[in-house]
Design a protein around this ligand. Structure first.
Ligand SMILES: NC(=O)c1ccc[n+]([C@@H]2O[C@H](COP(=O)([O-])OP(=O)(O)OC[C@H]3O[C@@H](n4cnc5c(N)ncnc54)[C@H](O)[C@@H]3O)[C@@H](O)[C@H]2O)c1
Length: 258
């Protein structure tokens, strides 16, 4: 790799949404371990694990990603404490399953709107406000890089299952936003990459029934297991550190085609 082009995560300020659980929680641990200062966002309070982190490295802003003013306030408070952002990892999201024509009639339009609002609107809200902070930073990187934005799509964006119309639409939208955002933010020295995870062992998936989990395990090519959240965080680290990753959606799925 060219000298000095790799983004150093140590002592940078990174925003993580969905910080209280699963994939977001693993990203918080990884970034803290690498010496970053992390601003966590979640609608849930900080877990015991997050509360135990050193206060000069972690600050928790309990808020809803769809709320314009509270996300602006969290980024404002967090960056006043830790300095302007060098990165944002958008993990907050919700899973929803409902057949279009179920036993009780057509699927709920309200539920469809809620999933889109959180998974797409919430991601867009976090990314637009984070990019404003990243763009305000001075940069000394040889390439002029200021920061990195990582969004969480899903393989459901490409092979959504029965009952996943809302979820697949929301994750498809995240995948589709990746290239236009990268093109737009390139002139500020900001890269944008999405990860499309297969199935990861998090509270979201642990809540699914064996009837849902088992076929997903069987259809994985190799290894035949669900991913560990730490493996998602390792991919996040690589995206930060590899300046040639931009404008793309990376599947991380053990070859699973649902
Ligand atoms: N686990 C998987 O197998 C998997 C696969 C593909 C994609 N994903 C995606 O990865 C992301 C993280 O999922 P996870 O498995 O860690 O789930 P999770 O349920 O363990 O964690 C999600 C976190 O997001 C938070 N959140 C939800 N809605 C929010 C809102 N409106 N405002 C603020 N915080 C909110 C929740 O409180 C929770 O802490 C999600 O976007 C999910 O769709 C997960």
């Amino acid at each position: 790799m060219g000298k000095g082009n790799t983004m150093q995560i140590s002592e940078k300020t990174i925003l993580v949404s969905g910080a209280s659980s699963g994939l977001g929680g693993a990203c918080v641990r990884r970034m803290i371990g690498l010496g970053a200062r992390v601003i966590g966002i979640d609608r849930s309070p900080a877990s015991n694990e997050l509360t135990a982190l050193p206060s000069n490295q972690y600050w928790h802003g309990q808020s809803d990603v769809t709320d314009e003013q509270s996300i602006r306030d969290v980024i404002g408070h967090g960056t006043a404490r830790f300095g302007a952002l060098s990165g944002a990892i958008a993990c907050a999201g919700v899973l929803h399953g409902e057949r279009l024509l179920g036993r009780d009639g057509p699927a709920s339009l309200e539920a469809f709107r809620r999933v889109l609002d959180i998974n797409v609107g919430g991601t867009f809200n976090v990314v637009r406000l984070a990019s404003e902070s990243i763009a305000s930073r001075e940069t000394t990187q040889p390439d002029g890089e200021r920061g990195v934005i990582i969004m969480t799509s899903s393989i459901a964006a490409f092979d959504g299952q029965i009952g996943q119309a809302a979820y697949a639409a929301s994750k498809g939208a995240v995948a589709a936003m990746t290239l236009p955002l990268a093109r737009e933010l390139g002139r500020f020295g900001i890269r944008v990459v999405s990860i499309a995870p297969g199935v990861f062992e998090t509270p979201m998936m642990q809540a699914a029934s064996e009837k849902v989990r088992q076929p997903l395990l069987e259809d994985s090519v190799f290894p035949k297991r669900f991913g560990y959240p730490e493996e998602f965080a390792a991919m996040v680290q690589q995206i930060f550190e590899n300046p040639m990753l931009n404008g793309t959606v990376l599947r991380l799925d053990a070859g699973l085609r649902m």
